[in-house]
Design a protein around this ligand. Structure first.
Ligand SMILES: [Fe+2]
Length: 248
């Protein structure tokens, strides 16, 4: 069975459609969205409608939570704050109810932990070794038996592994499939669909297969100029349009 994992769509409908088109070319049984459906870009309503309509399993990101209650945006930088406030004004109550009900951490099929930032905390980042160790410890104590976690929030692809002796390390992202070792634990970030930050503008996602367990990182081109034009027409900060192109 193949599962597509997507994250940090951030109201970029052009990127989301391109990723879903690519996913639809493969034999994918399930799509999991790791949160931040809204924020930054200019199509929040379209993105929520599409994800809801496709029955994509979603968890809540910090921008999703902020769009439903602005008090959660207090720690945001000014650009993120302006964009999420704009999104909150565009979303109808039905969209906000959908975003509000999402959990920020959950276990799927008793096997896979999915969360946005860090387990139990959508605002915290999993970027450094000590944060990866903390997340593995959470899994070992709170979700016993779960070896694989998927997360987003950093907008950067990542694979962390923990071997049987407890050594945690990060893997280089290869072009080809990564075969997962059934003895080891993993924390995997698919990168961002709608605002990648690896100096590459293409929309990033991941395909996970379970027999045997493999992952493959993928990226697709999308209509960048249309996404940028919408940001400018909405009078959102110009930098939000520019950064899509430079991938920062
Ligand atoms: Fe995000």
């Amino acid at each position: 069975m193949k599962v597509a994992v997507i994250s940090d769509i951030h109201s970029n409908i052009e990127a989301l459609k391109a990723v879903l088109d690519a996913i639809d070319q493969e034999d994918i049984s399930l799509i999991i969205n790791l949160g931040d459906l809204v924020g930054y870009n200019a199509s929040p309503v379209e993105c929520v409608d599409l994800v809801q309509g496709r029955q994509i399993i979603s968890i809540q990101g910090n921008h999703d939570r902020a769009a439903t209650e602005m008090k959660h945006a207090e720690g945001f930088n000014i650009l993120a704050y302006q964009a999420v406030k704009w999104s909150a004004n565009k979303l109808a109550p039905i969209h906000k109810r959908f975003l509000k009900k999402l959990e920020h951490t959950r276990v799927i099929w008793d096997r896979y932990l999915v969360f946005h930032g860090a387990p139990g905390n959508p605002d915290a980042y999993l970027f450094y070794l000590f944060q990866a160790k903390k997340a593995f410890n959470y899994m070992r104590k709170r979700t016993v038996g779960v070896r694989i976690g998927f997360f987003g929030h950093t907008h950067k692809r990542a694979v962390w592994q923990r071997d049987v002796r407890g050594k945690v390390s990060s893997l280089k992202i290869p072009e080809e499939n990564i075969l997962l070792d059934p003895e080891q634990m993993y924390l995997i970030n698919p990168g961002s669909v709608g605002q990648p930050r690896e100096h590459n503008w293409k929309a990033s996602y991941l395909v996970f297969s379970n027999e045997p367990e493999t992952i493959q990182f993928k990226s697709v081109s999308y209509d960048l100029h249309s996404a940028q034009a919408k940001i400018r027409n909405a009078k959102l900060p110009e930098y939000l349009a520019e950064r899509l192109e430079t991938g920062v």
